[in-house]
Design a protein around this ligand. Structure first.
Ligand code: AMP
Length: 339
């Protein structure tokens, strides 16, 4: 049985109406970004977004973390809450991101406070897929009505909230007419490298980080999704283990006490497939050729969508002028490809 959401209205209308109202009442703070498309040296397009508003927000210090008890997904305000998922006997709920840079950015959080760093469960994956599917008019994907899902887990993944949540970005909101010309969702490019009739995981030959993906050949059940996830996770863990064995002292596994997973990773899903990116660092220092530090570039699961964001003018200028620096960022945040 596939999960039926039981919504009274189409999912995009629900989210769009709530977003519009929340923006108008300032219940959410939308930040404008400038957009440029830059390419890795192998020609893979990334959206580079420049968001100066982010530089004004003080970064939560790592050593403050234990004191921080506020959970934005514990009791979200009415203005941000969209719907329970599914409506009857819900395992999750959908809420607007309070600090979006993309319109209609929503978040699927667990009803009870589960851990972001525990393994995902079948209902997390099933609810995610059900939302991806519900976004598509009559279930058929097109550029105008697709959703991109991503997930960040672990201290190197770009995650900030410990209450389990996956996030959704409408692909149409990520596009910006001519300004995004030439860009495609990275997970689509990865999935396009599938060879016919192979059950092997898919890898894009020109990406500098280790990643693994599966294309859905038919509509997956919850059990199928869980199997894909478990298989991808196992491969990601093996890649991290191999890296640690070959590069002593550079990376260590996380403590697995209380059921936490030993690695950091990002996951992405569309109705076409699922991909994983094991991580070794939350970001990378952008350096000039003379050794000047321009800023620490942080990446999360939107990397698998083919996007990254910077906060400072210099980072924005340097990456547009020298896009090959993107290669070293991507290599540094993930596990370098084994020859
Ligand atoms: P992550 O950083 O991957 O853990 O994702 C947390 C997400 O929650 C980010 O997209 C934040 O912008 C968003 N967020 C932070 N505080 C709130 C809040 N009070 N209500 C809704 N979303 C929030």
């Amino acid at each position: 049985m596939r999960m039926l959401l039981g919504l009274a209205e189409a999912l995009p209308s629900l989210v769009e109406a709530q977003f519009k109202a929340a923006r108008a009442s300032a219940a959410l703070a939308f930040s404008q970004t400038e957009l440029a498309i830059i390419r890795t040296s192998a020609g893979i397009p990334f959206q580079l977004r420049y968001c100066p508003a982010l530089a004004k927000k003080p970064e939560p210090r790592k050593d403050d973390a234990p004191k921080k008890t506020f959970d934005p997904f514990e009791n979200p305000p009415r203005e941000l809450f969209i719907t329970d998922i599914p409506v009857n006997n819900p395992s999750h709920f959908l809420v607007l991101n309070k600090f979006p840079v993309i319109t209609n950015h929503s978040i699927l959080a667990t009803k009870i406070n589960k851990q972001q760093t525990h393994a995902l469960e079948e209902d997390d994956l099933e609810a995610t897929y059900a939302c991806l599917k519900a976004w598509q008019k009559n279930g058929v994907p097109s550029r105008q009505n697709r959703l991109f899902a991503f997930f960040n887990s672990g201290e190197h993944s770009g995650a900030s909230q410990p209450h389990r949540h996956l996030q959704f970005l409408p692909v149409d909101s990520m596009h910006e007419g001519e300004r995004s010309a030439g860009w495609e969702l990275l997970i689509d490019l990865i999935l396009s490298c599938a060879t016919t009739a192979s059950s092997e995981p898919i890898q894009h030959p020109s990406l500098p980080f280790t990643h693994f993906a599966y294309k859905f050949s038919s509509e997956p059940t919850g059990a199928d999704l869980l199997k894909f996830y478990n298989d991808l996770y196992r491969m990601a863990k093996e890649a991290v283990d191999k890296f640690i064995a070959a590069n002593s002292g550079q990376l260590s596994l996380h403590s697995v006490e209380e059921g936490h997973l030993p690695i950091s990773y990002n996951l992405a899903m569309t109705t076409a497939g699922i991909a994983i990116l094991p991580r070794r660092s939350e970001g990378h220092m952008l350096r000039g050729d003379n050794g000047t530090d321009f800023g620490f570039i942080q990446l999360n699961g939107t990397t698998l969508g083919g996007t990254l964001m910077v906060k400072y003018q210099e980072e924005w200028d340097v990456l547009r002028a020298q896009p090959h620096k993107l290669d070293s960022i991507l290599e540094a945040i993930g596990i370098p490809r084994m020859p």
